[in-house]
Design a protein around this ligand. Structure first.
Ligand code: ZN
Length: 77
């Protein structure tokens, strides 16, 4: 499904992602995005970090690339 929305950039160069899109694409505070500029087009891609051990996208620690569950398990050994 493709959709287009016009947005205005503010003084600090920011744009606000519409709530509907954030909801639909699971974009939350702290979600990482990849900006890709090519041929005069700017594409925004959502980066979903996954746990290196179990592959879960939930509660993934940025520095370790592990989910909280796996971090807890690793700490027990
Ligand atoms: Zn994990």
């Amino acid at each position: 499904m493709a959709s287009e929305i016009t947005k205005t950039v503010d003084k600090l160069g920011r744009i606000v992602l519409p709530k509907e899109i954030r909801k639909r694409m699971n974009i939350d505070t702290g979600t990482k995005i990849l900006l890709c500029e090519s041929d005069g087009k700017l594409t925004i891609e959502i980066i979903t970090p996954k746990c290196k051990i179990c592959g879960s996208p939930k509660n993934v620690n940025d520095a370790l690339s592990l989910c909280e569950t796996c971090i807890t398990k690793v700490k027990q050994y």
